[in-house]
Design a protein around this ligand. Structure first.
Ligand SMILES: Cc1cc2nc3c(=O)[nH]c(=O)nc-3n(C[C@H](O)[C@H](O)[C@H](O)COP(=O)(O)OP(=O)(O)OC[C@H]3O[C@@H](n4cnc5c(N)ncnc54)[C@H](O)[C@@H]3O)c2cc1C
Length: 380
């Protein structure tokens, strides 16, 4: 048993910290206020190799793996959760399934663009009637010659305003069992019949974009089916196992940011002739925030480590996301409380931390769905 990071991992974390504080943190509050997508920050992160974390070097990736990706995401989310989710989705939900399930030709065509950050990736599973019940999707793909024709509307696609490349799940057969008959498609933004439609206005991660996609007779070459026709649902679920580690890392970043801000404020703010950090009630809050974040972070790194070893990590990813997302919300709420009235104002970062933390309990499987996943393993 060894809890130390390797020398390489330490260097990556330090580089990510310097990058996040120097390039991502400046303007994060303003981007949040104006809902401005962090495309420049994404491109700058790509220049550091952060867009190709799980892509093999033969396709231009940095291939640093999932523990390194978690360390980077923690640092970037400390600075800006909108930039953090952009990188998480790009690496874990878009590049990773292409690396794992793609053909050589698909990898050669798309991975170098994703690794360099020339293209930004997205993942589209959800629909109006399909959220937690992901197998209920109705968006259809009809075989026609050497292509498929996609029809329907997808919802809540992260990064869609700027994404160039989407992994889209659609129904290729109306089987009795609804998880069967779903296929995964590699869709380029420029394919005719594909439109990025309404952009949502959100509580948190406001600089990240979340959009509806409309497919109106969109023709996708059969060569762009990811994996086998009719075997898309297991790809969607396997991908989310990895994605959850990314969102859990995001939650740790938010928790750490909120705690750091609360520590700074508690040392500066004086009431009753002393800094509020001298009150035991405040110290206990800070201790709980620190302890819970440490425990959750260990779970996150364990899940990432298992994934790097190619070992099963579904339960561990669900545990990590459950604990980390609850910790992020706990820490952000306590940080606002420690700030008193100031915490309720836009002037301090904890207000944004609290709004950003909420989404980590919802996307890539809600808290309730993580518990269902864990319970299935416990009862098996
Ligand atoms: C900002 C944002 C970004 C997103 N990005 C993406 C993206 O990039 N790609 C994508 O495909 N999707 C994305 N989503 C969709 C997201 O993954 C879903 O919102 C999420 O999975 C929950 O689905 P739902 O909203 O339909 O809620 P529902 O499934 O309707 O759930 C509503 C409530 O019921 C509970 N519930 C549902 N079923 C059960 C059950 N069996 N047992 C107990 N409780 C249950 C849920 O936990 C929740 O509390 C995004 C959503 C948001 C808000």
């Amino acid at each position: 048993m060894d809890f130390d990071l390797t020398e390489e991992q330490r260097m990556i974390r330090d580089a990510a910290r310097e990058f996040a504080q120097g390039v991502v943190a400046p303007g994060a509050a303003e981007r949040d206020r104006t809902a401005t997508f962090p495309i420049e920050q994404f491109r700058a992160a790509a220049a550091q190799g952060f867009a190709g974390m799980v892509i093999p070097s033969q396709y231009g990736g940095s291939a640093l793996g999932n523990v390194a990706l978690s360390l980077i995401l923690i640092e970037i989310n400390k600075a800006c959760a909108s930039t953090g989710v952009t990188l998480s989705v790009h690496n874990s939900l878009c590049s990773a399934p292409l690396v794992k399930f793609g053909t050589d030709e698909q990898k050669r065509r798309y991975l170098p663009k994703l690794a360099s950050g020339e293209w930004l990736g997205a993942y589209s599973l959800s629909e109006a009637g399909c959220g937690s019940d992901a197998a209920a999707l109705v968006c259809s793909a009809r075989a026609d010659g050497d292509s498929f024709v996609l029809e329907g509307t997808k919802l809540w696609v992260t990064s869609a305003t700027h994404a160039d490349f989407f992994i889209v799940f659609a129904r290729t057969a109306k089987e009795a069992k609804k998880a069967q008959g779903i296929s995964a498609f590699l869709v380029e933004r420029t394919f005719p019949g594909f439109v990025v439609s309404k952009k949502e206005d959100k509580l948190g991660i406001r600089a990240s974009s979340t959009c509806e996609l409309v497919f109106d007779g969109c023709r996708v070459p059969a060569a762009n089916v990811l994996g086998e026709v009719g075997r898309g649902f297991p790809i969607a679920m396997d991908t989310l196992d990895g994605g959850r580690i990314g969102i859990a890392s995001q939650a740790i970043g938010i928790a750490r940011a909120a705690t750091d801000a609360a520590v700074r404020y508690a040392k500066e703010r004086r009431q009753f002739d002393r800094p509020i950090a001298e009150f035991e009630a405040i110290q206990f809050k800070l201790a709980d925030m620190n302890a819970r974040t440490d425990a959750a972070e260990l779970c996150v790194l364990r899940a990432a480590w298992l994934k790097d070893l190619g070992r099963p990590h579904g339960r561990e990813a669900a545990v990590a996301k459950l604990l980390a997302s609850e910790t992020a919300n706990f820490c952000a709420r306590e940080a606002v409380q420690i700030h008193g009235g100031a915490g309720y104002l836009e002037d301090f970062p904890v207000e944004r931390n609290m709004r950003d933390a909420k989404i980590t309990e919802i996307y890539e499987g809600t808290t309730e769905i993580q518990k269902l996943v864990i319970a299935r393993h416990v009862l098996a």
